[in-house]
Design a protein around this ligand. Structure first.
Ligand code: GTP
Length: 597
């Protein structure tokens, strides 16, 4: 296809504003899909994604649009994930496009996630077409939202389209705008091959599949290609496109988006953001890369039933095949047995991986408290990364500790602003700006990430009844008064409950943890102290009183069956107990204790 008849775009939208519905409509209007296929959400293909209503893997579809001008256009629609944890996937999709549709629910308005993605699109010089969706709803206020797009984003919105992706109203105007308002790609199909590696994943039938955008030159079967970052050379087995099913094509030329397979064994051999070129006739300079996606949140995953460790090993290995940003290494905890220390892009990523392990592999998990990556500056001048609070060295060897900070943008209706400000202040936040757009406030705070990973989203949701939206950017590392807090049960430290906290918050956290454990740990024949300590200093303490009588004593008289039942129940409960010195702690206690609230 000649360049002037190609358009590459993505859809930017806040969760639930109608991105998938619109994508399906566009696919349907460009022919090909049956009603039955329509019913399945074509772009979000993973079950879990559909359930959570979020898109994880960026995917792409090629459409053929027979425009009213009599020409047929090749339109490549790249799907982008809507959530902040996956912003690196957004950024790579945007780099492969010339334009974007900004879909805003006309009954809701602009949300924080939308902002972040729009700014990324603007940074990449993308042409943006604002689209007001859901105008069929009685609550739709297109004029107000139009003004909001101009006020908050600073984007010209007088020619924003008004549509209903659900009824189909106005959707043909969207296709028309894609053709007329978005620029065609630029490139030279005679120049040496230069393509961007947008994404890669493992396919059971084809092996590693690479999604790519060709900028210059051509790529076809049999060609020897080279990945510029590591010099690896492969022979292309197949090139193809998604429509949305895979379809083999003869070649992909400058301006086009598609996939290749090349007997690549592991996803780890492919670096997202890499430049793919011809081995014999390479291009002189690689494309400017992406920022690599680094895990920012770590936690331990342990099987509740320790005999499932091997299955867990298998599960994390399999998930890693398709998700290079998920990291893991083996961990041995006195409290929880064998498991894995895992790294994630954010909390949602963590949740998704955890749920997939439980659901797809049938392994019940204990998740330790999420922790961020700290930088330890040692007295000998060395810098160490700390991923696990249990590994914190003796403080005498540590000169100072740095922790990651983020800049959070929160959009919230007026009524809940007070609650949001209080939450941010409680979390050591520093307010940067506070502005209004209509009856919504936009507040920007700098916050330490370790205060956010605990339960910030949940708290934010509950104090605003779900009306706030939240997004963040990294700002970097800063020195903080951070200390390791240990939890001791009957004088023994429990490694799985250790955490890094800011000194000013230690007492509060410590007290909360001790109170919780007091509830969760059953009484023994003796008194059990539960303590929180920093170094050798106890900062909080609770005592679990000793049991007074035999449990069965309360089964008055001689009801033997009842007595037996109770004993059996105790025995079953035992299996899920962990021994700490003389104390038995039920597995459930860990799960509950690690759920901070
Ligand atoms: P994510 O994939 O989670 O980012 O969500 P999305 O933006 O793709 O939203 P989706 O297309 O799944 O739509 C969310 C909900 O809004 C669904 O229940 C849709 O049926 C509904 N919806 C989408 N477009 C319209 C519309 O034009 N009008 C009305 N009334 N509802 C719509």
């Amino acid at each position: 296809t000649p360049l002037e008849r190609i358009r590459n775009f993505s859809i930017i939208a806040h969760i639930d504003h109608g991105k998938s519905t619109l994508a399906d409509r566009l696919i349907q209007m460009c022919g090909g899909l049956t009603e039955r296929e329509m019913r399945e959400q074509v772009l979000d293909s993973m079950d879990l994604e559909r359930e959570r209503g979020i898109t994880i893997k960026a995917q792409t579809v090629r459409l053929e649009y027979a425009a009213p001008d009599g020409q047929t256009y090749q339109i490549n629609l790249m799907d982008t994930p809507g959530h902040v944890d996956f912003s690196y996937e957004v950024s790579r999709s945007l780099k492969a496009c010339e334009g974007a549709l900004l879909v805003v629910d006309a009954s809701q308005g602009v949300e924080a996630q939308t902002l972040a993605n729009v700014y990324q699109a603007l940074d990449n010089d993308l042409e943006i077409i604002p689209v007001l969706n859901k105008i069929d709803l009685p609550a739709a206020e297109p004029e107000r939202v139009r003004a909001q797009i101009e006020d908050v984003i600073g984007l010209e919105a007088h020619d924003a389209l008004e549509i209903s992706a659900k009824t189909g109203l106005g959707v043909s105007d969207v296709l028309d705008a894609i053709i007329h308002r978005l620029p065609p790609p630029e490139g030279d199909d005679q120049a040496p091959l230069k393509a961007l590696l947008v994404d890669s994943w493992y396919d059971t039938y084809l092996g590693v599949v690479v999604l790519l955008r060709v900028f210059d030159g051509r790529i076809k079967k049999g060609q020897r290609i080279r990945f510029m970052s590591n010099g690896a050379v492969y022979t292309v087995d197949r090139v193809g496109i998604f429509r949305p099913g895979k379809q083999t094509v003869d070649e992909l030329a400058a301006g086009e988006i598609g996939f290749l397979t090349a007997s690549i064994k592991e996803v780890a051999e492919t670096n997202v953001g890499d430049t793919i070129t011809d081995d014999k006739r390479p291009c002189d300079k690689p494309l400017t890369g992406y920022k690599e996606s680094q895990p920012v949140v770590f936690c331990g995953l342990f099987p509740v039933d320790s005999s499932q460790f091997e299955q867990l090993r298998e599960a994390v290995g399999r998930l890693r095949l398709n998700d290079a940003s998920f990291q893991f290494e083996m961990e041995n905890s006195a409290a929880l047995g064998f498991g894995f220390r895992c790294g994630f892009l954010g909390l949602l990523h963590l949740e998704i991986i955890r749920e997939r392990i439980e659901r797809e592999f049938g392994i019940e998990l204990i998740t330790t408290a999420p922790s961020v990556v700290y930088h330890l500056y040692m007295t000998n001048g060395e810098m160490r990364e700390l991923h696990n609070p249990a590994d914190m060295p003796d403080p005498v060897h540590v000169d100072h500790v740095e922790e990651p900070w983020i800049e959070a943008t929160i959009l919230v209706p007026d009524d809940y602003l007070g609650a949001v400000l209080k939450l941010c202040e409680d979390r050591r936040g520093r307010q940067k700006t506070l502005t209004y757009a209509g009856n919504r406030a936009m507040v920007v705070y700098e916050l330490p990430l370790n205060e956010v990973v605990f339960d910030f989203y949940d708290r934010l949701k509950s104090v605003t009844r779900g009306y706030a939206s939240f997004d963040y950017n990294w700002i970097g590392y800063e020195t903080g008064e951070l200390v390791k807090m240990s939890i001791l049960v009957n004088e023994e430290p429990v490694d799985a409950l250790a955490m890094i906290v800011h000194r000013s918050r230690a007492e509060l956290r410590g007290r909360a943890m001790c109170e919780k454990l007091k509830e969760l740990i059953p009484r023994h024949m003796f008194k059990i102290p539960v303590q929180a300590a920093i170094g050798g200093r106890v900062i909080a303490r609770e005592t679990i009183a000793a049991m007074r009588k035999d449990v069965t004593a309360k089964c008055y008289g001689g009801d033997v069956t009842r007595k037996r039942k109770l004993l059996e129940k105790q025995k079953a409960g035992k299996k899920k107990m962990r021994q700490f010195g003389k104390v038995e702690i039920p597995q459930d206690a860990f799960i509950a204790a690690l759920k901070m609230d």
